[in-house]
Design a protein around this ligand. Structure first.
Ligand code: ATP
Ligand code: MG
Length: 254
């Protein structure tokens, strides 16, 4: 049983200063995400998905309330919180392996141990044959896999992903969704995944949290794994999946 990566969000309010005022983006949101769970955040554009994800990652300070991971309040970014963004953030002048071992070496690990970790995670994302390639020699999907390997090499308790596959074509997206599912099953890391794509959310996550722009909080939580294993092709083609899609789309229209 995995017991690290438990996220408790309590009465959280987030916002940004605008002149003398503060514009509230998230208001009084409470949510508990169990260690090892896989949750997607969906909601209309501008409802605060990225703001919430970045706050979990320690990049924004709450106006009120708190975010507690494994009993410790999140106050700043840390290696325990891996973040993968939509845009590429790899170092273009470093090879795949150098990119992945960068985090472990910065944390003070010796070269041999950092190399071992890098090899392990590069293999996990299926890129063992590309260790010495530079990012520009890889496709967009392969670069995303390197980003995921780089985040995982820090052994984070929580992996935060903000529309990581948003810019990819449908086939690449499907293949990365499957890679991510198997990585999640192998590492048991807690994943919080922001997406615009209802289908993607249904396919890969156990729970879907729908945010509302109107209430600035959660409008619904759907426990998909209580319905069936949604990672299978047969479920995705079923009537239940269709109903779920329609329901989510209705909820998104606020
Ligand atoms: N750094 C910032 N400073 C001021 N306002 C911000 C900042 N970041 C986001 N906002 C505002 O907060 C609101 C929510 O933005 P956020 O990026 O969290 O939305 P989102 O749900 O991720 O949208 P999208 O689906 O388009 O990515 C928007 O009104 C945005 O303008
Ligand atoms: Mg966003």
């Amino acid at each position: 049983m995995n017991d690290i990566g438990n996220i408790e969000i309590q009465q959280l309010s987030l916002g940004f200063k605008s002149g003398f005022d503060t514009k509230i983006i998230i208001n009084d949101l409470s949510l508990n995400l169990k260690a090892g769970s896989f949750t997607s955040l969906i909601g209309p554009s501008g409802c605060g998905k990225s703001t919430l994800l970045n706050a979990i990652g320690g990049h924004y300070k709450p106006i009120y309330g708190s975010i507690i991971i494994d009993g410790h309040e999140v106050k700043s970014p840390s290696a325990d919180l891996g973040i993968v963004f939509q845009q590429h953030t790899l170092f273009p002048w470093k090879t795949v392996k150098e990119n992945v071992r960068f985090g472990p070496m910065r944390r003070g690990l010796g070269r041999v141990e950092a190399d071992r970790l890098a090899d392990e995670y590069i293999q996990l994302v299926g890129l063992s044959g590309f260790k010495n390639y530079y990012p520009k020699m890889l496709s967009g999907g392969m670069q995303h896999r390197v980003e995921i390997a780089r985040a995982l090499a820090n052994k984070p308790a929580v992996l935060l992903m903000d529309e990581p596959f948003g810019a990819l074509d449908a086939q690449m997206r499907a293949s990365l969704q499957d890679s991510l599912l198997s990585i999640w099953k192998n590492t048991q890391v807690t994943i919080v995944f922001v997406t615009h794509d209802v289908n993607e959310a249904i396919h890969i996550s156990e729970h879907i949290v729908i945010l509302s722009r109107k209430s600035k909080s959660i409008s619904e939580i759907i426990d998909i794994n209580a319905i069936e294993d949604s990672s299978t092709e047969s479920f995705m083609r079923s009537k239940k999946a269709d109903d779920l899609r329609l329901h989510c789309i209705e909820m998104l229209s606020d």
